[in-house]
Design a protein around this ligand. Structure first.
Ligand SMILES: [Zn+2]
Length: 444
């Protein structure tokens, strides 16, 4: 695997920013607000041609008490998570095409599973460093953050004099960039001392929420998880011959950046030299700057998230729901974004409707009787990989209640093809806008 040239890194970052520029104003930050922009990009390594396949913005997360067991709300609306979920839609669409029009798909069907075609790589772009561990960067230019407190190292070096080692290790750094994400409640907590001694390093953290505490881990943790077990998630892993690993991570210019802290957060948290991930990704900083980045003039995070998906969909979200939902709709599935668990599960089941041979292969009979969480647990390889990563790398993780036991009803399955297509090809011309060169309609 080869590194991308500097020119290509910049071209890709610019393309993501340019696509966002073309999206209509609704959902974009107001004056004084900032946002994060993330994208997944497909690269043909032979021709060096690339396409932005999904794009997300956002920086909000809903608290644990507001989670929806029906899978209709997206709890975590950070840009990275939206872009990743949009990418999952892209994978579903391509699996559908592998069944119906194989030459157009990026996958080839092989013995009831799907293999990615040759020369295709995926790149992840984000306008700034992910929240959580990777965002803890020394403010000094030398980036020598071996001096910031590392909990596990400290334990190993000096098990009985914690305080002494905390003070020992921050002599030549005045201050660090901080993250709003917090250490897990049952773990050791940040010392929150002034300057470089504010944070512990290498910790799994949860995102700050709207009101109450969230169970969503920071983007540093989520990305590290994708690097360890693939970006596709449990359901898609069942159908793929191998997990999908992001080969290149590009971060935006004009913002605090440290390759060392990204390497620590993604690959090397325990301070050990050995890196054990299946594909070690390249990490770059582009020079291109995202206009809406956090700055003195833009000090407040925007409330909205935007999802752009390359088969023709733009959705604007607030609090993990489609924008503009009324009180009456609140308890229904009409609030659901196309990237909610609910719709992604419908897409998953749709593949078995589309290709009955898959149903046989996976011994799935009555699709309407299989709850989402039960189906996920069938993904054996994924959970084996995940348990290994948790034990060896993260050491700790949030425990979410096993609440997503919703099923897709027989009626919903009967209209799956109509409903799912409606989400992609929005039909009301008065309310749809085409983005030039992007074949995309906007859904309000
Ligand atoms: Zn984040």
């Amino acid at each position: 695997m080869e590194a991308l040239s500097k020119e290509l890194v910049d071209k890709i970052a610019l393309e993501c920013i340019e696509l966002y520029r073309k999206v209509p104003k609704i959902g974009k930050p107001a004056a004084g607000e900032w946002n994060v922009l993330s994208s997944v990009v497909r690269l043909n390594t032979e021709t060096q041609k690339f396409d932005v396949v999904s794009l997300g913005t956002g920086s909000k997360c809903i608290g644990a008490t507001k989670m929806s067991p029906e899978g209709v709300k997206v709890h975590d609306s950070h840009a990275e998570v939206f872009a990743r979920r949009g990418f999952m839609l892209y994978i579903y669409k391509n699996l559908e095409m592998a069944i119906t029009s194989p030459e157009e798909s990026i996958f080839i069907k092989e013995n009831g599973k799907f293999r990615l075609k040759e020369n295709i790589q995926f790149i992840f772009y984000s306008s700034q460093m992910p929240c959580g561990d990777a965002s803890i960067i020394p403010k000094s230019n030398d980036n020598n953050h071996g001096n910031v407190v590392t909990s596990r190292k400290r334990e190993a070096e000096d098990g009985n004099d914690e305080e002494k080692s905390k003070i020992l290790k921050s002599d030549d750094i005045d201050d660090i960039h901080r993250t709003g994400a917090k250490c897990l409640p049952h773990n050791e907590q940040d010392p929150k001392e002034p300057g470089a001694k504010y944070h512990l390093l290498g910790q799994v953290r949860t995102k700050p929420g709207l009101g109450d505490r969230t169970l969503s881990v920071s983007c540093s943790d989520k990305i590290a998880r994708w690097i360890h077990v693939g970006i596709q998630g449990a359901l898609l892993d069942m159908l793929l011959t191998e997990p999908i690993y992001i080969k290149h991570f590009i971060f935006g210019g004009g913002v605090p950046y440290s390759k060392e802290s990204l390497t620590r957060a993604f690959l090397n948290r325990n301070g050990e030299e050995q890196i054990t991930v299946p594909v070690v990704p390249y990490i770059y900083q582009a020079t291109a700057i995202f206009y809406y980045m956090k700055s003195e003039q833009r000090a407040r995070p925007a409330h909205t998230s935007i999802l752009v998906f390359n088969f023709g969909l733009v959705e604007v979200a607030v609090h993990g729901k489609r924008i503009g939902v009324t009180k009456k709709m609140e308890r229904t599935r009409r609030i659901a974004l196309s990237i909610s668990k609910y719709y992604l599960y419908r897409r998953f089941l749709f593949l078995f409707q589309l290709d009955p041979s898959l149903k046989e292969k996976y011994a799935l009979d009555k699709l309407e009787c299989i709850p989402y969480n039960v189906m996920k647990r069938k993904s054996q390889r994924y959970y084996e990989n995940w348990h290994k990563a948790k034990e060896n790398f993260f050491k700790s993780w949030t425990v979410k209640p096993d609440m997503w036991s919703f099923c897709i009803t027989e009626n919903e399955l009967a209209v799956n093809v109509i409903e799912l297509n409606k989400m992609i090809h929005y039909t009301d011309p008065r309310r749809s806008i085409m983005i030039p060169n992007f074949d995309t309609s906007i859904v309000f």
